[in-house]
Design a protein around this ligand. Structure first.
Ligand code: 13P
Ligand code: SF4
Length: 324
């Protein structure tokens, strides 16, 4: 027997601190429809930490950083996986679940890092640095993953690089993540020139101004930020690591140098913490809405496919990462 479904009305309490009452009625129809469809289709909704609170707190079954979403995608029993995030995340879920239907609500939800490198670029790097292992950030296409030895996320990049036992490692495509990891290891890191269009916009001057305007503010930065920004921050880590930091340390006042929805989503859990809100929006993450999640479940769109030969090689790189 099925337990009763939550309703949009009963969910408002979770998000009342970040969604004003006047905005809430615009969400309720879609939330109720999604909760019903999710059950009817035996679907699971995975949402990245950058999704808006009505998605993150009201319809997602599983939330987290890229690493957590990849891990959870591997173990789901659902028939359908809806990825509320960007295309590379849906592709990763498909690699790990070749027999399941994996849906991305908007096919144009891309990523500037994934767009910064092609499979042939990786082959050229291998020719230039023969024998040097290639670590590829998950923010890449399956075709790029297929050319690499192992993947990483911002949550495990240091452990992955150090697991290889090599004196030199090629780390693609995020130049800043590569340089931030290089600062923490003796291993020589060869980087690419890709950047996240959201995190590259933060500057050390932003942090200095924030510290002046908000005394005692704790500054947390994502490692896709430039190294000069990370150097001025109090802590740098993946979206999950930043969220954990707030939970463990409960700073009186905090700023998250990352995508805007992160602060909203973490603030819901921590009413005692003051969140200072300069942030940058990711236009790709923001393509996902309740309306297109509902349409994805109603019309089975957009099913993610990966060429079988590419998928086999890309899956190996992701599985090697998950084994570290
Ligand atoms: P993580 O959630 O893995 O920290 O990644 C951040 C990101 O920018 C994903 O697009
Ligand atoms: Fe890509 Fe940056 Fe957007 Fe993440 S925040 S999806 S890395 S563009």
């Amino acid at each position: 027997m099925h337990s009763s479904l939550p309703t949009a009305a009963s969910l408002y309490d979770r998000v009342r601190r970040v969604i004003p009452p006047i905005e809430w009625p615009a969400f309720t129809d879609d939330i109720d429809a999604i909760l019903t469809l999710r059950r009817e289709r035996n679907a699971v909704i995975l949402a990245h930490n950058y999704q808006t609170p009505e998605i993150f707190h009201c319809v997602a079954d599983i939330v987290g950083d890229s690493l957590a979403l990849a891990r959870r995608a591997m173990s789901t029993e659902a028939d359908v996986v809806v990825l509320a995030g960007v295309h590379f995340m849906a592709e990763t879920a498909k690699l790990l679940n070749p027999d399941k239907t994996v849906l991305i609500p908007d096919l144009d939800a891309g990523c500037s890092l994934a767009d910064s490198i092609t499979a042939s670029d990786v082959r050229l790097m291998r020719q230039r640095y023969p024998g040097v292992p290639v670590v590829t950030y998950v923010n890449t296409s399956a075709a790029v993953k297929a050319e690499s030895d192992i993947c990483c996320t911002s949550g495990n990049a240091l452990a992955v690089v150090e697991s290889l036992g090599a004196p030199r490692v090629i780390m693609l495509p995020d130049e800043y993540l590569a340089r931030n990891i290089a600062a923490q290891t003796k291993i020589e890191i060869i980087a690419w020139k890709g950047h996240c269009e959201v995190h590259e916009r933060f500057t050390p001057a932003d942090i200095r101004e924030l510290r002046q305007a908000y005394p005692n503010v704790t500054v947390l930065a994502h490692p896709e930020c430039p190294p000069e920004v990370v150097a001025e921050a109090d802590f740098a880590g993946s979206t999950a690591a930043m969220s954990d930091y707030v939970g463990r340390h409960r700073p009186a006042r905090v700023v998250l140098m990352t995508e805007c929805s992160m602060s909203d989503n973490v603030a819901v859990e921590h009413p005692e913490v003051e969140f200072v809100r300069p942030c940058n929006l990711c236009p790709h993450m923001k393509r996902i809405t309740l309306a297109n999640i509902r349409a994805a479940l109603e019309r089975n769109r957009h099913a993610v496919t990966v060429d079988a030969e590419v998928a086999g090689r890309a899956r190996l790189a992701v599985e090697r990462m998950l084994a570290v």
